[in-house]
Write a new protein. Structure first.
Length: 137
């Protein structure tokens, strides 16, 4: 039954992989998937919820210095792939004003930040991003 008093933001917050790092782990082979999926590569449909660690290692990254006018204030933009307990997660790197100081293997942590805002309706979308633990000043 649908909760008639459930607002749209509350509905979205209840989706585990959107605002929490909830993955699934296959009961048969042990593979972990984030975001969750219905069928494992081994064919199993039996999963347990698995909370990913909040910290991990930066595996790869790239820096965008030439951006469209929508992102001019955020330039340069850095994006990376982090290993969080064996699961690779892609995200924007934040709190990093000098991305030249980033390095592969650096420790990163997951933080939740504004992703975008719908100017027509004023809805703010949040999601996870990656932040270097030691910073990059």
């Amino acid at each position: 039954m649908v909760d008639q008093n459930l607002s749209v933001p509350k509905y979205w917050r209840k989706i585990p992989q959107y605002y929490r790092l909830t993955a699934v782990k296959c009961r048969k082979c042990g593979r972990v998937y984030f975001p969750p999926r219905a069928v494992c590569e081994c064919g199993s449909r039996e999963f347990d919820e698995y909370e990913l660690p909040r910290r991990g290692k930066l595996i790869e990254y790239t820096v965008l210095r030439s951006v469209t006018s929508d992102f001019e204030k955020q330039r340069p933009l850095a994006f990376g792939i982090a290993d969080l307990g064996g699961v690779r997660v892609f995200g924007q790197l934040v709190d990093c004003p000098n991305p030249d100081k980033l390095s592969e293997g650096a420790e990163v942590e997951v933080v939740f930040r504004r992703v975008k805002e719908d100017s027509d309706y004023g809805i703010i979308y949040y999601g996870f991003k990656l932040r270097p633990v030691k910073g990059c000043w």
